[in-house]
Design a protein around this ligand. Structure first.
Ligand code: COA
Length: 530
């Protein structure tokens, strides 16, 4: 194939994946189905419309985890919309119930999503705004959410104690556990004749105590604003409530505490990000040079001829490429897999580079395309375990903010060494071409076959290779499906699947968000086995 044909084939395959990504994301937007029209007829705004009015005009909203719950019995999006938006110039974590999906009731995936949103707010020191209208716990799955769900209220009050303000705007029903969201928030706004905030609604009160009461006396916005004091501001309608929330944020006296200079200008990349589609193979067996991707993501050379990507140790451990760059004017260190497999040299190089980033308080970006650490006698004797452990030690104990993008393969302990989800990256995004699992589907099915064959031989039985083929095919299909980005995003193992062309913008927003607090690298790591 000529270079042009390869590029064309890759572009077509990636565009197909991006189209399918948009179709899956649309499922989250339309998850309410027939209840969307009913909600509008009631004169209410949709969750996404509330967010759009809340954030500064023309500013971006970085939606996070839109595919939560994908592949589960629950609607895609998990009955809530979360993300980071700028309100009165302040980057805020926004969590909005989607009342058109099961009355905004929280299911086990909503819980995972809201916990992750709280974690992102905590790690990056962001004020949070809850746009509440939720029927509380999804009652049929209460066993999975009631006990762990208490953490949501704990997180709110701990955020307040850390001086991270919490704001709750109540647009409708906010029953039982839902009542503690405004209850625990620093600032509460309730919409007149709409907000209903009570520990138990009239039917339950009647059952429990025999008292006959009504929604308004029990938990209406007027009552909470004039009598109970659980509301600080009575809003006339939804638009007024959003305006009042913006006023609250404007008065937070919020100052970013980061030490990076706020960039006023920066160069666009030297190479066109659009070309990423021609370069990134969707067939993970095809190699690609990550430098080609890096130069389409980071800031360009500029008039003073600065080098866009300053590679460190380029002649050593060449399966991992590491170096320094700026992105939207902010300094970063990058570690990117170049030829899939990680060997001892790559692991040592990574550990050294991570230490250097910590020494100079610089965030790190990990770009995954790895099949894991090298196996085999030569490599075991060369100490691949201790060198892999060295890299994982450095990643685990590094204190500078980490960003991760899974571009292609992310298999085995390579996922750990390259700062996978379990290693607490501040943000983790996936490209539609990515795959992540303990190993590739064929390899996993092949290992299972070898184990089954040996087990049969040990028992003196004849191994039924033909019969095992069905199991092998089934396992292969299952692992293939479980390795795909939507599945992993559905499990909330990432913060979103993104179009590769948006990577620069998304990471630029993340770096700005990270700058809400100072960066202080670690100089203490665990014991390095040398
Ligand atoms: N758990 C599971 N499903 C719920 C739910 C909950 N907490 N709250 C609502 N739903 C479901 C409804 O059964 C209905 O499902 P369906 O489409 O399959 O029939 C769907 O969500 C829409 O509910 P509906 O009552 O028609 O919506 P609404 O906008 O008129 O009212 C509520 C929304 C939340 C006010 C109302 O559904 C309600 O009071 N729910 C119970 C709230 C509660 O007591 N929660 C206790 C939590 S501890």
């Amino acid at each position: 194939m000529t270079a042009e044909t390869i590029e064309e084939t890759r572009r077509e395959a990636m565009l197909e994946k991006i189209e399918s990504l948009h179709a899956e994301q649309t499922k989250a937007v339309e998850a309410g189905g027939k209840y969307i029209a009913r909600h509008k007829e009631r004169g209410k705004l949709l969750a996404r419309e509330r967010i759009e009015l809340l954030i500064d005009e023309g500013s971006a909203f970085l939606e996070l985890m839109p595919l939560a719950g994908w592949g589960s019995d629950f609607a895609v999006g998990a009955s809530m919309v979360t993300g980071i938006g700028v309100v009165e110039g302040v980057e805020c974590m926004i969590v909005a119930s989607d009342p058109t999906v099961k009355g905004g009731a929280l299911n086990p995936w909503s819980l995972r999503k809201s916990f992750r949103a709280a974690e992102i707010a905590e790690k990056n020191f962001l004020p949070s705004i809850n746009l509440t209208e939720s029927g509380g716990a999804d009652l049929p799955t209460q066993k999975d959410i009631f006990i762990p769900g208490g953490r949501g209220f704990r997180d709110l009050t701990r955020a307040s104690a850390r001086k991270q303000p919490t704001i709750s705007v109540v647009f409708g029903n906010s029953t039982a556990g839902g009542a503690y969201v405004p209850g625990m928030s620093d600032y509460v706004i309730m919409v007149k004749e709409r907000a209903k905030v009570f520990l138990a609604g009239p039917p339950l009160v009647k059952m429990a105590t025999g008292e006959e009461t009504d929604d308004e006396s029990l938990g209406g916005a007027e009552m909470h604003s004039r009598i109970s004091g659980s509301s600080d501001f009575l809003a006339l309608d939804e638009h007024d409530a959003i305006l009042q929330a913006r006023r609250v944020v404007a008065r937070l006296n919020w100052r970013k505490q980061g030490t990076s200079p706020d960039p006023t200008s920066y160069e666009e990349p030297d190479l066109d990000p659009e070309e990423l589609l021609d370069l990134i193979p969707t067939d993970l067996k095809e190699p690609f040079d990550p430098r080609e991707a890096i130069l389409r993501i980071v800031d360009g050379t500029g008039p003073n001829n600065a080098v866009a990507f300053d590679e460190f140790k380029p002649l050593y451990g060449s399966s991992l490429c590491v170096g320094w760059a700026t992105l939207h004017g902010r300094e970063i260190g990058i570690l990117a897999n170049a030829r899939g497999v990680l060997m001892s040299e790559e692991a040592q190089k990574a550990a050294q580079f991570i230490q250097l980033a910590n020494q100079k308080d610089t965030p790190l970006l990990f770009l995954h395309n790895t099949t894991g650490y090298m196996v085999g006698t030569e490599y075991e004797q060369g100490g691949i375990i201790k060198h892999g452990a060295l890299m994982i030690n450095a990643v685990s104990n590094s204190k500078v903010p980490h960003l991760t993008v899974i571009m292609g393969a992310s298999y085995g302990a390579g996922n750990y060494g390259m700062n996978g989800r379990a290693y607490d990256p501040r943000f983790l995004f996936t490209w539609p071409s990515a795959k992540s699992a303990v190993m590739g589907p064929q390899q996993l099915a092949g290992v299972l076959e070898i184990v089954a064959r040996e087990s049969a031989e040990k028992k003196g039985e004849v191994f039924d290779a033909e019969g095992f083929k069905g199991i092998k095919d089934m396992v292969e299909g299952m692992i293939e499906e479980q390795s795909l980005p939507y599945f992993l995003s559905g499990m909330v193992y990432d913060d979103g699947v993104i179009d590769p062309r948006d990577t620069r913008t998304v990471l630029g927003i993340c770096l700005s968000v990270i700058d809400n607090q100072p960066i202080e690298g670690a100089m203490n790591f665990g014991v390095f086995r040398m």
